[in-house]
Design a protein around this ligand. Structure first.
Ligand code: SF4
Length: 699
């Protein structure tokens, strides 16, 4: 039967609405949803090709597989056999080594309901907090900074602020490629308001710089110096909001003293930009009525990622440009549902509805709600810590769900060696491509986007409903159903859900009375509304809460926002004579993360067909490297061998590799994360993926 379904794109955190048409033969086509408040009918190249990810089943996992020993090949088995054995092994490990000997590694691409049940399983019934996700690699520095400054993990504003602002500072991000529909809204806002100023800070001249009034091409790792210098100028030029500072903030005096310690000339020298550029940036921000900041991995994926975030948020707090139309700090989410995952507590240091582990009342409330075992107050292992624990034997079993860590984690050769040491590995996946499958004792085939229903939350706190449109191939099952079947095999009560709606409604009830209260938004109502911005407590009308802090009352104990002060040091791996270049990594326009979905769409491969190294011509000349020469990028952790792309758009002394490529024909020489290191931010535990010391030689 012919039908059309309104749903949501499953790639980035922009959260565009799509309409999927299914014809009588079951063929799917996709178009942008003209009625959707986020994208208003527009889709980027990835969104326009979404349907191929499900219609092309050539790489799909169809049946559970299992092996009985490391030396024997995996065989096709039934779901019963796979889950019986998995439960038996988990029980044996937990009995012998305790609950912290097992872990789940999930994904910002999971639906909220999937996150909810796996989090409930490990924290509420197994009795460990060992669940983390690839969101640790993406958003955790922004999360920590929001909590420290605003008292809660919340994005204060809404995309509609784009049309109401007159200054946007894009820091360490390339939304023109990575959040394209948002960028089109910025382009349209600029066309409608030529006074809109756009500032971009990035060591590379990216597509986002083409529309910028000011590009601050700073040295990697110097963002805090830049933000502090802008803060100093705003203070000196009288552009702060004295009333706001006095009534609604803590910590301003200390901040003022701190930013005065470094002159603008000194700051400019450290950042590698002209001091006039810092004056221009402060002028644009100071003169603006509405001021937005947007950032992604350039700030988050850093050993000082939390401080980078705080230093940017401070610019809003000293100018009072938060909680107002056209103003606010806006972290752009890389993954489609990183925020939904945090709502249900799906990280090793969180509990549902943004409750916290170290609060006994929070633990007790959740335990009583779930009816399982007492919740542990010991933070679980984070993404990189899980692999360290596999390596040293503390962790025995790992369950990897909808993620491809052997491409995306830093120092990935170490991670491979660690996975090799695991006693038991479960991989729950849609595709036969991820490198983790080589280590799996049990493989569980999962349903993909459009083959299951549920919800996700985008970067502006918008919860969206996703339709099931087509059946999953073979015996693949929705992730939530796999986890619930396993939980029942373990003998746990409370996993008998009839459908995704029942899981969602349970999550809703658990948010009542919290800062992210959505108790007024049951599944049926969400399906009718299609998308709503939280909070949405009982009695809320319309489409939720687009903007927070309009009364300037923050979620801290004294209701004032915290202006934090700290030095501007970057603690990344230092370059030296052997490894004199800084490697930074990032995304390209038409690929998504580790390419297990976009990599099979031929239209998306046409833009850039293979990995490459961007290098400045002067750095290339010193090494006798010419355009398209094969080069080796090296350090003590590994090697990458790709063609050189000489370009003046990258800062001298810096080289760039795309992060998407993994192993090709058993060679890992395209994989950027062979070279990155697993130093993490001490607060957020997010890895320093944007900064590694390397050497480049002609091969
Ligand atoms: Fe999908 Fe993001 Fe593109 Fe929108 S911008 S269509 S959410 S990938």
């Amino acid at each position: 039967m012919q039908a059309s379904f309104k749903t949501t794109c499953c790639y980035c955190g922009v959260g565009c609405g799509v309409v999927v048409h299914r014809d009588r033969q079951g063929r799917l086509t996709v178009e942008g949803d003209k009625d959707h408040p986020v994208n208003r009918g527009m889709l980027c190249s990835k969104g326009m090709n979404l349907h191929y990810t499900v219609t092309d089943t050539s790489d799909r996992l169809m049946h559970p597989e299992m092996r009985y020993s490391r030396n024997s090949p995996r065989q096709r088995v039934s779901w019963e056999q796979a889950l019986d054995r998995t439960a038996a092994v988990f029980k044996a490990i937990i009995e012998k080594h305790g609950p912290d000997a097992v872990a789940f590694y999930a994904s910002g691409q999971c639906l909220t309901e999937e996150y909810y049940v796996v989090n409930k399983l490990i924290k509420g019934f197994i009795g460990s907090n060992n669940i983390d996700t690839n969101s640790r690699l993406c958003m955790s520095s922004a999360v920590a900074a929001y909590k420290m400054s605003l008292g809660e993990d919340v994005v204060p504003g809404t995309y509609d602020d784009i049309e109401q602002t007159d200054c946007i500072f894009v820091a360490g991000a390339n939304p023109a490629w990575c959040h394209p529909i948002l960028w089109r809204r910025i382009e349209a806002a600029r066309a409608a308001n030529p006074r809109l100023k756009i500032i971009v800070s990035d060591p590379r001249v990216t597509q986002s710089c083409t529309m910028a009034d000011l590009h601050l091409q700073l040295h990697p790792g110097t963002d805090i110096v830049l933000h502090h210098a802008i803060g100093r100028l705003l203070i000196e030029q009288g552009k702060t909001d004295a009333a706001f500072l006095q009534q609604h903030t803590n910590g301003y005096e200390k901040y003022r003293e701190m930013v005065m310690q470094r002159s603008i000339t000194e700051a400019a020298l450290i950042c590698g930009i002209p001091d006039t550029a810092i004056y221009d940036a402060a002028h644009y921000i100071g003169e603006a009525k509405g001021f937005m900041t947007m950032w992604t991995m350039g700030l988050n994926q850093s050993v000082v990622g939390v401080h980078k975030n705080l230093s940017l948020i401070n610019l809003h707090l000293i100018t009072g440009k938060i909680g107002k139309a056209g103003s606010g700090p806006f972290s752009l989410t890389g993954q489609p549902n990183a925020m939904g995952g945090r709502e249900v507590g799906g990280l090793s240091n969180l509990l549902p509805a943004h409750r916290v582990l170290d609060n006994p009342a929070h633990r007790q409330a959740v335990q009583e709600f779930w009816g399982g075992v007492p919740l542990s107050d010991k933070p679980g292992l984070t993404a990189t810590e899980m692999f360290t624990a596999l390596n040293d034997g503390r962790l025995k079993a790992i369950w990897i769900m909808s993620s491809n860590p052997l491409v995306s984690l830093p120092d990935v050769r170490f991670m491979e060696a660690a996975l090799q040491k695991a006693k038991f590995v479960v991989v729950q996946e849609i595709s036969n491509k991820p490198e983790t499958l080589a280590y799996a004792d049990v493989v569980l085939p999962a349903a993909a986007w459009a083959e299951k229903e549920g919800t996700m939350t985008n970067a502006e706190r918008r919860i969206s409903y996703l339709h099931k449109i087509t059946d999953a191939p073979g015996e693949a099952l929705p992730d939530a159903e796999i986890i619930c079947r396993f939980a029942k095999k373990m003998g746990y009560k409370g996993f008998d859900y009839a459908n995704a709606g029942e899981i969602y409604n349970e999550h809703c009830r658990l948010t009542a009375g919290t800062n992210i209260d959505i108790s007024g938004l049951n599944y049926q109502l969400l399906k009718e509304k299609r998308s709503v911005q939280w909070p949405y407590p009982d009695g809320t009308k319309d489409h939720g809460t687009p903007r927070l802090f309009t009364d300037h009352s923050f979620y801290t104990p004294n209701k004032k926002a915290n202006i934090h002060s700290f030095d501007d040091e970057n603690n990344s791996e230092p370059i030296n004579d052997t490894y004199p270049l800084i490697l930074t990594t990032g995304r390209i326009r038409d690929q998504w993360h580790t390419m297990s979905k976009t990599g099979k769409v031929s239209k998306l491969k046409q833009h850039i067909t293979s990995s490459f190294l961007e290098i400045h011509p002067e750095d290339a000349r010193e090494r006798n490297i010419r355009q398209d020469d094969l080069v080796e990028v090296k350090n003590e952790r590994g090697t990458v061998r790709v063609k050189a792309q000489l370009c003046t758009t990258i800062k001298k002394g810096v080289v760039f590799l795309p992060m998407h490529w993994g192993k090709i024909l058993n060679s890992d020489l395209n994989r950027a994360n062979n070279l990155t290191n697993n130093i993490v931010d001490p607060i957020s535990k997010q890895p320093d993926l944007k900064y590694a010391a390397v050497q480049v030689l002609r091969y």
